[in-house]
Each structure stands twice: as C-alpha cells, then as structure tokens.
Design a protein around this ligand. Structure first.
Ligand code: FNR
Length: 347
C-alpha cells in the first residue's frame, strides 16, 4: 500500500491522494489589479494535470494594501471573482481539489507607504515602522476577511486556507513579540484570529473545511515556541478550523535559532500539533523526496504532504512520485503512454 496515493476525505473535501501544492506567490499579477491571468491559469492547471490532490492558490489579499507587493493576487472586490472561477473550474476538471489562501501582509507590505499591523513595531531594524490599527479598524479587517472568503466560495473553491503564518497580519496579532496592544485584541492574542475564523466560517458552506496555516515556532530571539502555537491552534480549532498547515518562522529577521534545511525539518512540529489536538495536519518543508513524503504519511506525522519548490521544478511531481513509489499512476489519457513501464512508445 502506498500511503501517499490513498484518497483523503474530511468533511465535504475529497482528495484523490495526499499530495498538496502549497500556496506560492507568483508575483505575476502584471495588471497590478490583483487579478490572476494566463500565467496563473497555466501554473495551477498544469499541477492539476500533474496529479496533485489539493492545489492551494497562493496568498490572495483582502485589500490592496494587504499585498506584499503590487504583483500579488487579491480578492477585494466582486470583480475579481470571474478570473479565479476560470482557474478553479479548470483545475477541478483535471481531478484536483482547489483551495485559496486568504491573507493580509500587515507590516510586511512592501509597496505601501505606511503598512498597518497590530502594533507600531517594524519587521526589523531599517524597515519602515507600521501604524497600529485602531480597534474599529481591526473589526473592519475581520469583515474584509469574511468578504474575501465569500468571494472565494462564489469562485467555486473546495476549501479556504487562512494565512496565519510567516509573520503576516494574523501572525502579527498572535505573536507576543509583535502584538503590544492594550485593547481586547492585545489582552487576548488569539482574539483577532478567532474572530476572523468565525466570520469566514459564517460564509462557508457547512461541509467545507477551513484550513489555517500557522508558524509553529518563531526564529527571532525571544520568539514563541511550539507550546504557544499549540495553545493558539486549540483556540482556533474551537473557533472552527478543521485542519492546520504547519510551517514556521517569517515573523522577523532570524535570531540565534535557525530553521533546518534538512528533509522534513518541520515534520516534528506537524506531528506535535496533530497529537496534541487530534486534528488533521498538512506537513510542509523539504518533503520532495517521494520516500520522505510517503513516510510522513505512513508514520502518522501528517495526513497530507505539501510539496512547494519540488512542484515548481516539476509540475508532474505527483505522477512522478507515485510512479517512483510503485503506485498506480493515473496520468491523463493523452499522456498515459509516457507513464507506462515499457520502453517502446509504439507498443
Ligand atoms: C512560498 N511560500 C508561501 N507560503 C505561504 O503560506 N503563502 C505564499 O503565498 C507563499 N509563497 C511562496 C512563494 C515561493 C516562490 C516559495 C518557494 C514559497 C512557502 C511555501 O508554501 C512552502 O511552505 C515552502 O516553500 C516550503 O516548502 P518546500 O518548498 O520545501 O516544499
């Protein structure tokens, strides 16, 4: 039995296998209007043809100033819906499920004169200081997340992922290093994330799972550790998250602690969250060796495995990995001849 090849079901989400394409910004919205174009269409559809189980569209922002750069995707108006629907519809035709990562860059917005954050603390020395959102602006931001999710649902996605990792806005609220507010959003570091989750859930179909990407540890000196992340996940789970996508860092320049560069360096974090909360998790980070990906699922470290850079190198990563592991590969009909284990293309 090849674990990576087994289908997965969670609420209304059905995947043909355990392989996920994680969100990866393409910096290719050339109209600077946040709308996906032919680049994005080919990029995502080719990974669906390549056998991927779940494709998560890159970080897509809830307002123009929430973009990391002007070349990022956004979903801040109903006019954005058709361009996303075109991609979603075609990806599904090729058997993949499709999600979208919704987020806000906060103080990591690079093309904004004065970015916003939980507190007026810059990302690091030499970075522009952000402005702290007022309490009523925080409440407005929650509604913007809800509207973005509503549009994503209208575009036909199978799931939504909230970007609560890598030092972006939700992370800027739940990090004790970054959030120094004295209102209700500072006294309870999880409150912003909880309200975003609840309001996003209110516009999602009941059986559509909500994913949440979280940095399980911070690498800045004095940053939070796994225990804090698990407590956050507990609160977020109670608020409605159905599955966590476990990454790390991104909140500030690196301190003494460094992320690993070895295979599966974030797997122990994924396993810890899964075990503590008995919740499905997606693991990510240097998992593009098929044997490593297979063992992550087989050993119970994670339910699903994300392969990022591996899929940038090879849109057919999933077909190749399943073939290498000895599983039956379901290549698209016109490509089947190339995936047969025979030498002659004429046979
Ligand atoms: C990323 N990553 C990322 N993460 C995220 O949550 N939202 C995003 O939009 C992006 N954008 C992005 C762009 C590019 C070009 C890369 C390479 C990465 C991080 C990504 O999802 C993943 O976590 C890492 O790449 C680690 O996985 P791999 O590449 O080791 O499989």
């Amino acid at each position: 039995m090849i674990h990576l090849a087994t289908p997965f079901e969670w609420k209304g989400l059905t995947l043909r296998n355990r392989v996920v394409m994680p969100p990866m910004c393409q910096l290719s919205a050339m109209g600077r209007d946040g709308k996906p174009n032919d680049w994005h269409f080919v990029h995502y559809v080719s990974r669906a043809i390549g056998g991927t189980g779940l494709i998560i569209i890159e970080m897509t922002d809830i307002e123009p100033d929430g973009r990391i750069t002007d070349l990022d995707l956004g979903i801040w108006s109903d006019e954005h819906i058709p361009a996303f629907r075109r991609i979603v519809t075609e990806v599904k035709k090729h058997g993949a499920a499709v999600g979208i990562q919704i987020g806000h860059a906060g103080r990591k917005a690079e093309h904004v004169e004065t970015p916003v954050s939980s507190s007026a603390i810059p990302f690091g020395p030499g970075f522009p200081p952000p402005r702290a959102l007022s309490t009523s602006e925080v409440k407005d931001m929650v509604l913007k997340f809800r509207e973005a999710a509503r549009r994503a649902v209208e575009a036909g996605v199978d799931t939504i992922e909230l970007h609560g990792a890598h030092g972006y806005l939700i992370h800027q609220f739940h990090s004790p290093l970054i959030n120094r507010r004295d209102d209700e959003y500072g006294r309870d570091l999880a409150r912003f994330g909880v309200e975003v989750i609840q309001s996003v859930k209110s516009v999602m179909p009941d059986d559509m799972p909500l994913l949440f990407r979280i940095s399980a540890v911070e690498y800045a000196d004095g940053g939070y550790d796994l225990d804090h992340a698990i407590e956050l996940c507990r609160r977020y789970r109670e608020a409605g998250v159905d599955m966590f996508h476990i990454s790390s860092g991104g909140e500030a320049p690196l301190g003494r602690r460094r992320p690993g560069s070895h295979a599966g360096y974030q797997l122990p974090m994924a396993r810890a969250v899964k075990q503590a909360l008995d919740v499905p998790v997606i693991a990510v980070g240097n998992l593009d060796d098929p044997e490593v990906a297979e063992s992550a699922v087989a050993n119970g470290d994670a339910d699903l495995v994300s392969v990022g850079r591996g899929m940038l190198r090879d849109p057919y990563w999933t077909l190749h990995a399943l073939q290498a592991l000895g599983a039956e590969t379901r290549a698209p009909e016109p490509y089947k001849v190339a995936f047969r284990r025979v030498r002659s293309a004429m046979s």
